[in-house]
Design a protein. Structure first.
Length: 332
């Protein structure tokens, strides 16, 4: 049976307590934005992007454009390690016709971050503008310097920008040989192109040579200026060979004197000073003119690669320059 309610006890009703709702004030749009410091954007975001994306992001704002174009960001971008494999270029030139050449490139696989496999192959690269018949002189700091019909051209593969310099080679007589070299001074952050012109006189068999320097400016312009080398024995007139390297603000290249001696020539990009060291040769080599040598950078040092004994003995000699007067030899 249900219990009966007391007749005199009033019936109670329960009400839920009222909850006071606070009105949320809507902040202005400017107060809701998150401000990220520009140095954080530069260090953590922009430096890790590919160069093509950076060129597009210059249109975001004037701040981004000035930041990406600044020398600080350029140096920072080059020092940050990238996940992409380097783009390898190779230039083949006809020994019988120096005006005929072809440029090959090994395009990195976007799906692989390992070293190139044995099945990788070079393909003819037609993306470099005005490269038909040109010769790659040097690669430095992401820039490519190549010679086309005696005119030096500086090409940036990332931005696809090409700068053509006026020719510094004048073929006044038969036997004139000219070569271009690309250098960078890390202290002043200047890029320079050096031209070495040598000629062998047919009557006396003597060699004359002179050098000119072109300073690259961000705003463009400039002209060739004559460099004043020292006199013998510090400087000997020579005919320069193609292909040089630039290490720590010094350009190195090989030159041949009138007596067919092979010399290692160094040129200070900032000081414009010349120095020359005679390249050692194997004892069994009778004539210096029979040497087959070239220059590379090995272990951070300029190294002369002697391929003279490669065909007969299967040996390559490396002469690494430890200091100004002590090249050390290695066999391979």
């Amino acid at each position: 049976m249900r219990p009966r309610r007391h007749p005199h006890r009033p019936h109670r009703t329960y009400r839920r307590p009222m909850i006071k709702r606070k009105r949320i004030r809507r902040l202005p749009e400017m107060e809701m934005e998150m401000h990220i410091p520009m140095h954080v954007v530069t260090k953590e975001v922009l430096t890790k992007l590919p160069a093509k994306s950076l060129m597009r992001f210059k249109c975001v704002s004037k701040i981004w454009s000035s930041c990406i174009s600044s020398p600080y960001f350029r140096d920072r971008f080059l020092t940050v390690p990238t996940r992409q494999r380097p783009h390898l270029f190779m230039c083949l030139q006809d020994v019988n016709d120096h005006s005929s050449s072809v440029t090959l490139s090994l395009v990195p696989d976007a799906n692989s971050h390992d070293t190139p496999s044995s099945s990788s192959s070079f393909v003819v690269d037609l993306t470099i503008p005005r490269m038909r018949g040109g010769y790659i002189c040097q690669n430095l700091g992401g820039f490519m310097c190549y010679d086309l019909w005696n005119k030096p051209l500086i090409f940036n593969p990332a931005t696809r920008k090409l700068v053509t310099l006026p020719s510094a080679i004048k073929f006044s007589s038969k036997g004139t040989v000219g070569s271009y070299y690309f250098g960078h001074d890390p202290i002043t952050n200047q890029y320079k192109v050096v031209c070495s012109v040598g000629v062998r006189l047919t009557n006396t068999q003597k060699v004359r040579s002179h050098h000119r320097v072109f300073v690259l400016k961000p705003e463009g312009g400039g002209s060739w200026r004559k460099a004043n080398p020292l006199h013998p024995p510090d400087f000997i007139p020579h005919i320069a060979a193609r292909g040089g390297v630039c290490i720590d603000g010094v350009i190195y290249y090989l030159g041949w004197t009138a007596d067919d001696s092979c010399m290692l020539v160094s040129f200070g990009v900032r000081s414009h000073d010349f120095k020359m060291i005679q390249v050692p040769r194997a004892e069994e080599l009778p004539l210096p003119a029979e040497m087959n040598v070239c220059l590379v950078e090995y272990g951070g040092k300029v190294t002369v690669v002697d391929q003279t004994s490669l065909r007969d003995k299967g040996r390559i000699d490396l002469w690494a320059l430890e200091n100004a007067a002590n090249p050390k030899r290695k066999y391979f």
